[in-house]
Design a binder for this molecule. Structure first.
Ligand code: SF4
Length: 299
């Protein structure tokens, strides 16, 4: 049994080697548009669905044979965060390879702080937002009975506050369910505080779980992409505004906008970490953002 697939060419992510951590089809949702088909029984039970020693052996073999990819992606036959140790795979990628990792998740389990902490190890996280309240959540993703729109969304907001990597948000356009102007407006307002780095808009291409799901025209897709486009890259814009040669003022200005660690500030400005630490300590008594940047953080 192989737990790897690809690399799959992707316009956005380049060549993506897929790592599948759950059997077909293990998910806490049963989305009407799912291209894997219907979820026989939704579950929120986190477990060691796939033996990680085999995953690591396969990855080692793939690299030793000269495997080439641009990204290592946790995705496949269901929801990867249902694997109780998906974070170990992300840490393996971080520690053993020079490639970035992508977690493609429905985000349903982010209320669990352990899931958020493990997800935050990924260089990129992609979550999906096709709904705006309890009723649309139930209609579009048909979640496990224990999941509720408000707690899932609030967990995403918490995750965004904690997470320093790139966040991609996907919107799946579903005529009859979520593309009326007032529905789009509500979804837009919910995505906005998540400060996504990108927003992608998709529509049914392959046969979805439910045959009633319709695709949208290229013209409508283009309109939807333009509609959501202003949401993308807010954090990058904020960071770019602070980009300037290193100085104490530039460091403090960036610390106010974006809570990086001293090591990240050092990489960002291209100066030794010791220099960053010295400045942060110097200003910690009078600048709360400098003080915060010195606080120890979990990985
Ligand atoms: S979250 Fe993903 S895998 Fe699960 S049902 Fe929805 S589209 Fe399919």
């Amino acid at each position: 049994m192989s737990w790897l697939f690809g690399p799959v060419p992707s316009r956005r992510y380049g060549r993506s080697l897929g790592i599948d951590l759950v059997p077909m089809k293990t998910c806490c949702y049963d989305c009407v548009f799912c291209q894997l088909g219907v979820t026989p029984q939704t579950t929120c039970e986190r477990s060691d669905y796939v033996p990680l020693n085999e995953v690591f052996q396969e990855l080692e073999a793939w690299f030793s044979k000269g495997g080439q990819a641009d990204m290592l992606t946790l995705c496949g036959s269901g929801e990867p965060t249902l694997h109780a140790h998906f974070g170990d795979v992300l840490r393996w990628i971080r520690d053993q390879t020079s490639l970035p990792s992508l977690l493609m998740s429905n985000g349903a389990l982010f209320a669990d702080p352990v899931v958020r902490k493990d997800a935050a190890v990924a260089n990129r996280v992609k979550i999906s937002m096709h709904f705006w309240d309890e009723a649309s959540f139930a209609a579009v993703v048909r979640p496990h009975a224990s999941l509720h729109f408000r707690s899932v969304y609030e967990a995403w907001l918490r995750f965004r506050q904690e997470y320093e990597g790139a966040l991609d948000v996907e919107f799946f356009a579903l005529p009859g369910l979520n593309v009326e102007p007032e529905q789009l407006e509500k979804i837009y307002r919910l995505i906005e505080p998540l400060c996504p780095d990108t927003v992608t808009v998709n529509s049914a291409a392959r046969p979805p779980a439910e045959s009633c799901v319709r695709t949208v025209s290229e013209e409508t897709l283009a309109h939807l992409r333009a509609f959501f486009a202003p949401l993308a890259g807010e954090r990058h814009t904020a960071m770019a505004a602070a980009v300037q040669p290193y100085s104490e003022q530039a460091l403090l200005a960036l610390a106010r906008r974006h809570p990086l660690t001293p090591a990240q500030f050092a990489r960002y400005f291209g100066v030794p970490e010791a220099q960053i630490l010295q400045t942060l300590r110097q200003f910690a008594a009078t600048d709360e953002y400098a003080a915060r940047a010195l606080l120890p953080r979990e990985e």
